[in-house]
Ligand binder design. Structure first.
Ligand code: MG
Length: 102
């Protein structure tokens, strides 16, 4: 069975934050990584790369806390970066869940 790719036309189905932002991130990441064959949207459910990418994104969440604790970024920057990285965690998680269902 062919997996349906996330698209702009799906956004009404995910029309409120943070789901809409997670869906947009899936679309953005697919467009960025598809050409090199690295899109999570086209990765098998049991591919180890899913966990590696998800852990990378979780690590980036931790880095935001570290940089804020060390005074390297302001509270506003920390909140903005945390939002972005959590959306990326959500997008990778959603793509992986989707892969397991198809
Ligand atoms: Mg990230």
């Amino acid at each position: 069975m062919t997996r349906q790719l996330p698209s702009e036309s799906d956004i009404p189905l995910h029309g409120w934050p943070p789901y809409s932002a997670i869906h947009r991130e899936r679309i953005r990441a697919h467009a960025k990584h598809e050409a090199k064959g690295g899109s999570a949207e086209q990765t098998a459910w049991n591919a180890p790369i899913f966990l590696a990418i998800l852990m990378e994104e979780v690590g980036e969440v931790a880095r935001v806390f570290n940089e804020f604790a060390l005074g390297e970024i302001s509270e506003g920057e920390a909140q903005q970066l945390l939002y972005k990285e959590l959306i990326q965690v959500g997008a990778m998680t959603a793509a992986w869940i989707d892969a397991t269902e198809k």
